[in-house]
Structures are given as C-alpha cells and as structure tokens.
Design a protein around this ligand. Structure first.
Ligand SMILES: [Mg+2]
Length: 319
C-alpha cells in the first residue's frame, strides 16, 4: 500500500468510542444491548452512476452515510456504528478533507461512529462502500411483509424535489435558480427521519425507505405483504419546488422520482394521533396518502376518482 493511502486513512481515523474496538485492529468489536437484534445494511455509490463527478465532496460525504441510515430507519433500527470503504483513482486532499468532514459530521449527528473500513486505488472513478450497523428490539424490526389490509399508508417529508434536480443535472429539464436550489438541496443533502423511525416498531406495521420512487418502493411492500394499495393523488405531499410545473411532471416526480430517502410506512388507523404527535416531537412532517386494500398492485386515483396511468414506475438500476 503506497504511503499516500496511509494519509487517506488518517482523514477517517478517530478514537473508538468507549467499549468499542475501532480502527487499528483486524476487526472492529462492539456489543449489542441485551434484548436487541443486529440490523445491518450496505450500499455502493459509484461515480458517474450514483453521483456526479463535480458534486461537492462535503455533501457527498454526508449523503454516503445518510442513504445507509435511511435503510436502518426503514427497519426502525437505531444506528450503532458504520464502516467505510473507498476506492480512489488518485489522492486529492481537498476532496478527502471535504468528504471526510461531511461523513464524520453525519456520523456524529446520528451517534454512528466510523469504526473501520478500507481504502485502495481504483483504475478510474471513485467507488464508495458504506456499511451501517444498528440495533432494534428483538423481533420488532419493521419489515416490508407486515402491511395489513385497512392500514393507513404514510410518508415522511415531501416528494419529488430530488427528481427535479436529477432531470436538470442530466440535461432533460430547465429550472429557474430558485427551483434548482431547493431541488438540488433535496438531492444532494437528504435528511432521512432517523430518530423518528426508531420509535416506529410497535406503532407501524411495514416500512421501506424511498430510494427508487414511491410507486416502486411501495410496490415492494405490497408484493411482500400480498396486498394492494390505493393512493389519492391530491394527498401526496408535493415539495414546494414542484409548484406551478405541469401536472404530469409533478405526478411523475412524486410517484416515480428516486433519491428521496424518506420513509413510506403502514400503520393501523388507531395510530393516527400518536404518529402525528411523534412526528411533531421529532420536528418532521408525516402525511397519510392512502390505504392498504385487499388484492394486489397500486392504484392511484385523482380527485374525480379516475385512476392515473403511470408511465414510469420508478428507477430500475438495470434498465
Ligand atoms: Mg432501502
């Protein structure tokens, strides 16, 4: 390993929290609290595929961890620790300083210390691999398969903004500077409802984080839970950046737009007040967008009760 890669390691090496063995031994080691299950998830981010080469490295560092925390949130798990692997074509100290600052800031904010990882040289392009580990009360993790007929369907936050920014950055949509600023913030600095989600086990039934688009991700819940869903178009929480745009663009961005990193979850209607109160406590917004029904598949209806035809169900990585 060339010396410069020792330097990379230095950007990320921090003393391990008490009772944890972190960077500097063969394995990182920590214990789970008794009565808890380990929840773990991993994500790969490829330059040119999941992020643009010119993205602010500080924001990229934040997002690399945020998208993983979003998966923990979908299980109702609280973060315990994370691992980071980086493959870099060269050592760019300004990039490393920005990326590590963003990553470690996000880690501190969510009590998810970086306790290990690896760095290597890539032939070209940056690859970022993050693994998160969290814990959830034993047997209580939120799964995609637990939606029940009659459940309300909820989403946290607002929909559609990240998709606008992606369309702009890939050159398929022109945006004024105000819309661009708002939508780009949603794309590049997602804020999954991490602490809110840790209270959902016992209150919610099924959950998923919205990474590939609401229609597609809710579709995973429907398939796993063997049920259908009806959504009311007018009840979808539209991000302000979409106001005044053509209706078909708004609908597609809200229903099929990816990179949202908010939660979609189902819960019994008896939980409505408790869920609203919990959201307020955690300073986030939640909206009820429809219900789980007998049958299969997703039906979205407009204010006249007419079903909406969705041309794009969401982002398919291998399309
Ligand atoms: Mg996910």
């Amino acid at each position: 390993m060339p010396k410069e890669f020792d330097l990379i390691a230095q950007y990320f090496t921090r003393p391990a929290p008490e009772k944890m063995v972190g960077v500097g031994d063969d394995c990182a080691i920590f214990s789970l609290r008794s009565g808890h299950d380990l929840a773990t998830s991993t994500d790969l981010l490829l330059e040119g595929r999941h992020f643009f080469s010119d993205v602010d490295p500080y924001l990229l560092g934040r997002k690399a961890l945020a998208v993983n925390l979003s998966d923990l949130a979908a299980a109702g798990a609280s973060a315990r620790a994370c691992l980071l692997s980086l493959a870099l074509p060269s050592v760019d100290e300004a990039w490393l300083a920005g990326f590590s600052r963003g990553f470690l800031e996000m880690a501190d904010a969510h009590h998810c210390p970086l306790i290990g990882g690896d760095t290597t040289r890539s032939l070209d392009h940056i690859t970022i691999g993050v693994t998160v580990m969290g814990e959830v009360p034993r047997g209580k993790a939120l799964l995609r398969s637990d939606a029940q007929e009659g459940d309300d369907i909820w989403v946290t936050g607002y929909l559609g903004a990240a998709d606008l920014a992606l369309r702009y950055l890939s050159g398929s949509l022109a945006l004024d500077s105000e819309r661009l600023q708002a939508s780009r913030a949603a794309l590049e600095n997602p804020a999954p409802p991490v602490s809110f989600a840790t209270h959902l086990p016992g209150m919610a039934h099924a959950a998923i984080d919205i990474s590939d688009g609401l229609a597609q991700d809710l579709g995973h819940i429907l398939k796993a839970s063997q049920c259908g869903a009806e959504l009311l178009l007018a009840d979808l929480p539209m991000h302000d950046a979409l106001r005044g745009l053509p209706a078909n663009l708004q609908n597609e961005a809200m229903l099929a737009g990816g990179d949202v990193f908010q939660l979609c979850f189902t819960a019994a209607s008896t939980q409505r007040d408790a869920l609203q109160a919990l959201a307020e406590q955690h300073d986030i917004v939640v909206h009820r967008i429809g219900r789980i029904v007998n049958g299969s598949g997703l039906r979205v209806v407009d204010q006249n009760g007419q079903p909406l035809f969705l041309a794009h169900q969401g982002f398919d990585h291998f399309a």
